[in-house]
Design a protein around this ligand. Structure first.
Ligand SMILES: *Cc1c(COP(=O)(O)O)cnc(C)c1O
Ligand SMILES: [Zn+2]
Length: 385
């Protein structure tokens, strides 16, 4: 039984009825957050131990009739212990959450799988999304599974396999000369009548709930002792915000007694609005006017709709934001591949180079337990390398 109760604007606190379709807060144009009636009486017994996907946590997710769940096997990905890298860098414990093993090759499957399941519950069948690649692949897959329709807008600079993925699964792809932001603008103009359900990052509340399951998994896989530091490659920010949300929910239920975790956002030097906002102590991000091309397509987001939530998560958790160069990511892919036998996605490489920098700067100390998130499979990015 789901404990889902209602939607709430994170900024003005306005409550929204969960039985009606909402996108974002109409008063302040900010994301809506799914709220649950949580209390310490809810025990870990509710975890569906028999499921090895993100639906282990079904009671803490917004689907009310479980026959609406659309699954392709998303979630419950491995936490790989990186003993060699830990020893070489002098940290006590180091893990990598390997999200490249999800359906369609990235953690986008969690968020999109959730949004499409909820859409099924709300009677929606037609979707649109701007994407740097992985969100489009995931949407095409889940929408095919419900016999729906997907309209996908992607920058020209997206590796070709993403378009192929979408077309194989029957989605309609429009290529846009520009960034994901330009793709979003073109899509919004084609969707001026609102005939499609727009599932742009954080413009609807459910993708966040899917990404949140990474937080529950990290906790459960570490036997409910939370890490000191989580390093996340930040584009639209749903994973960063979602993991932190899971930890807050766990605290409300008494599954953990405190949250030691600092949430770290990594971006690229050519598109680093979160890093600039962090350095200026701002609670929001300014638009990155000329985002440079990068091998880490998922990080080329000049302005995230959930920017305020990203900054709030970093500040509340006493985390940090930092950027890495193209050269650093490429070197990281080869160094890490040779030493650990894991071929990182460019976004995962951003995380690993961010980790190295934070060890050097002393932000990460010898006693810290650290989790790196490798958000996607490298195999879709071959032409970037
Ligand atoms: C989308 C994406 C990201 C960024 O995720 P956000 O939740 O938008 O911050 C990082 N890595 C990969 C591989 C992605 O596809
Ligand atoms: Zn509001």
């Amino acid at each position: 039984m789901s404990y889902y109760s209602h939607l709430e604007c994170h900024q003005c606190g306005e409550k929204y009825d969960k039985t009606i379709v909402h996108s974002y807060c109409k008063k302040c144009t900010q994301p809506l957050i799914a709220k649950y009636s949580l209390h310490p009486g809810i025990t870990k017994e509710i975890i569906r131990k028999e499921r090895s996907d993100m639906w282990r946590y079904a009671d803490l997710l917004p689907i009310e009739d479980e026959s609406n769940i659309v699954t392709l096997g998303e979630g419950w990905t491995p936490m790989l212990e990186l003993k060699k890298t830990a020893a070489a860098s002098g940290v006590s414990v180091l893990y990598m959450k390997e999200e490249g093993l999800n359906p369609t090759g990235s953690f986008k499957a969690r968020g999109i799988g959730m949004a499409v399941s909820k859409a099924q519950e709300l009677g929606i069948k037609t979707f649109c999304i701007p994407t740097a690649g992985n969100a489009g692949s995931a949407l095409a897959a889940y929408v095919a599974a419900i016999d729906g329709e997907a309209f996908i807008y992607m920058p020209e600079a997206t590796p070709r396999v993403f378009q192929l993925d979408c077309e194989v699964m029957g989605a309609r792809v429009t290529k846009i000369n520009g960034t994901i932001r330009d793709a979003g603008l073109a899509m919004a103009s084609d969707n001026a009548n609102g005939q499609w359900w727009d599932i742009t990052t954080l413009k609807e509340p459910f993708r966040l709930e899917g990404k949140k399951t990474m937080g529950y998994e990290i906790a459960e896989q570490l036997n409910w002792s939370l890490p000191d530091i989580i390093i996340y490659p930040t584009g639209g920010g749903t994973g960063l915000i979602g993991i932190w949300k899971a930890f807050q929910e766990m605290l409300e239920m008494g599954w953990v007694t405190h949250i030691p975790t600092k949430m770290v956002a990594v971006q690229t030097v050519g598109c680093n609005p979160v890093v600039k906002a962090f350095e200026a102590g701002q609670g929001f991000c300014d638009l990155c006017e000329n985002p440079e091309e990068t091998i880490a397509n998922g990080l080329r987001v000049p302005k995230a709709f959930g920017d305020r939530l990203i900054m709030k998560t970093i500040y509340e958790s006493k985390g940090i934001a930092l950027d890495v160069s193209e050269e650093e990511m490429k070197t990281a892919i080869y160094d890490f591949g040779k030493s650990e036998g894991i071929f990182l996605s460019p976004e995962g490489a951003a995380v690993y180079s961010g980790f190295n920098k934070l060890v050097q700067s002393g932000f990460i100390g010898p006693k810290d337990k650290v989790v790196l998130i490798n958000t996607g499979s490298p195999y879709k990015y071959v032409e970037n390398l």
